[in-house]
Design a protein around this ligand. Structure first.
Ligand SMILES: C[S@@+](CC[C@H](N)C(=O)[O-])C[C@H]1O[C@@H](n2cnc3c(N)ncnc32)[C@H](O)[C@@H]1O
Length: 317
């Protein structure tokens, strides 16, 4: 599977590019195969993973105010980027339906498996809901989903934006802003800075589910890309930097070793790291500045009782 000789899948291409770089890295969007989806659903129910609980609390407490802020009595379309299993979104969708709102729900996810689970759940729980889902990457979705004459409200929940560095978030949101029509809105979940120990525990849970979630990507490369990673030779290491607000997860090679992926050799020095995922936390001034740099204007925001998590509503600036 030499990069030069044959056409590679995007997954293979990204993996080889990332592991052949001086600072090894793997894109976290590849966490989500069927096993990864299942592990993430387990993570969402962990006591340490407060993010789901907090965002759910916001939706349960503020659903009336959220509808008032996003709706104007006209039909709209919700495009949810990286929807996952929709555990929290369902609270809002149900409320909107109960209020007789006319809307379509377009969940977007790179995992076809999780979209199937989502669609099954939604059609049994809310048979009247209009769903048009899209399987693929965020930006393919934005350019391929048909333009709507209706107002679009882009949901980007669960602090998915935290999986971007500052520069990536600015670039992603600027592109998103360009895609939106003047009347469209962005409704985004953002994890806020708090006690560093609470943040670190969310990515280093006592039962080891997050470690398993990271190691699962090695298994995925073994099965889908003819790899021979030995997961026992890798250590899961997350750390939080309270200055940057970045929690970064690594898998660290415990020994010097050579791993092959489809015949391509990848050398690891002892204690060499693969950067797996960033989960960035924001404070209010950083959020204001992110909105301004990416061309948005903050309209409203909704917080949980402890101010650990925010759902912000932004319009085109
Ligand atoms: C951390 S989970 C959060 C799911 C959901 N937003 C929530 O709050 O529960 C991230 C989800 O985004 C999807 N995802 C990650 N990167 C993506 C990308 N580049 N394009 C589309 N979906 C992506 C994953 O498959 C996964 O379902």
């Amino acid at each position: 599977m030499s990069k030069e000789s044959i056409t590679l899948t995007p997954f293979a291409e990204d993996v080889l590019t990332g592991l052949q770089a001086y600072n090894k890295t793997l894109p976290s969007k590849y966490f989500y195969d069927t096993k990864g989806d299942d592990l993430f659903q387990q993570i969402m129910h962990l006591e340490e993973y407060y993010l789901t609980r907090k965002e759910l609390e916001i939706f349960q407490t503020h659903k009336e105010a959220i509808l008032e802020a996003i709706g104007d009595g006209q039909p709209f379309r919700i495009i949810e980027l990286g929807a996952g299993d929709g555990l929290k979104t369902k609270v809002l969708l149900k409320h909107f339906l109960e209020q007789g709102v006319d809307f379509t729900y377009t969940p977007v996810d790179i995992s076809g498996n999780v979209l199937e689970i989502l669609e099954e759940n939604l059609s049994s729980e809310m048979p009247e809901l209009k769903i048009e889902s899209y399987e693929g990457d965020y930006f393919d979705a934005l350019s391929e989903i048909s333009e709507s004459p209706e107002k679009d409200i882009v949901f980007f929940l669960g602090s998915n934006v935290g999986n971007f560095s500052q520069e990536e978030a600015e670039s992603f949101l600027s592109k998103l802003q360009n895609f939106l029509k003047p009347e469209d809105l962005l409704f985004m979940g953002v994890d806020l800075k708090k006690d560093p120990a609470i943040i670190l525990n969310a990515y280093n849970d006592s039962t080891g589910v997050t470690r398993e979630f990271n190691l699962n990507l090695l298994d995925r490369m073994n099965s889908e890309l003819e790899g021979d990673f030995d997961r026992k030779q890798f250590l899961h290491y997350p750390y939080y930097n309270p200055h940057t607000g970045e929690c970064r997860s690594y898998l660290i090679s415990k020994v010097e070793q050579v791993v092959t992926i489809g015949g391509e050799e990848i050398h690891f020095r002892a204690w060499e790291a693969i950067f797996m995922e960033i989960s960035k936390k924001y404070d209010q001034p950083q959020l204001q500045s992110l909105a301004q740099i990416s061309g948005f204007k903050p309209l409203d925001s909704f917080l949980d009782s402890e101010k650990w998590f925010a759902n912000v509503l932004w319009e085109k600036g």
